[in-house]
Design a protein around this ligand. Sequence first.
Ligand code: PSU
Ligand code: MN
Length: 301
Amino acid sequence: MTLPLSLGAEVADALSAGRAVVALESTIISHGLPRPDNLAAAREFEAIVRDAGATPATIAVLDGVPHVGLSEAEVERIAMDEMAKASVRDLAVLAATGGSGATTVAATAHLGAAAGIRVFATGGLGGVHRGAVETYDESADIPTLGVTRMAVVCAGVKSVLDIGATLERLESLSVPVIGYGTDEFPAFWLHSSGIALDWRLDTPEEVAAVLRAQDADAARGLIVANPISTELQWDPAEHDRVLAESFAAAEAAGVRGKAVTPFLLGDIVERSGGRSLEVNLDLVRGNIRVASEIAVAYAGG
Ligand code: PSU
Ligand code: MN
């Protein structure tokens, strides 16, 4: 059982013809990138999917209805309107109240899988927060991917989270993590976190073969960890310096609990003079290209 979905016409056509479709999330547009550049980014993200020969399905809840595949006007709405951040638990409440929400990785994967989409591109996955032993703060992205048939192409998790703990949780929940062209888990703005992965694959066809194998098994996610290149990454020394400063600033300002991450993210963009944002956009573009290639390989098989 799933909520009734509104499928965009282009997405519906592509899915019924068995052509490649790539899901895209809306929280990154509405909460993860600053206005008004976020609108240009949302349009560019869809264009990258099209250029690679696949159909983009940006996902959001509009007036209570989960939409899989948005019109241009609907993309503009998620970029420009104030909208709640919606995870899986919020979907029924939004449906019942007629509310709108930008979907997180968890909600996007959940709705995309319900529509029959197999591949999803984003920037960073939500994960286990530093200090989670006391706060229990772990993104619903992690448990949702334990039970949702969706491959997520991402550049790991932001280094403001606890990367090692996030990987441990993915292991507990039986979500495979594949290094795409790498032996190590990426660290979002940086090519590598230094943490070794069990599996590495180098081509879209190899990943598509894993998706087909998973199709014959219980519903479960897949993390395709696609690092930003060392040429495009944020300078590691600068990254370490800015993060240390931002953590110290949060501590000094007495920021606590769920306010910590939004504080850090804003502060990091500011302290880096916009450099962190540039890298963020570059890594999303790279993830969308890879996801599109995987979707094309999967559709062709
Ligand atoms: N990581 C990023 N940028 C983002 C997010 C994560 O680098 O915009 C968003 C994604 O939508 C992700 C969500 O699913 O934050 C996780 O939030 P939470 O920890 O509240 O579940
Ligand atoms: Mn949280």
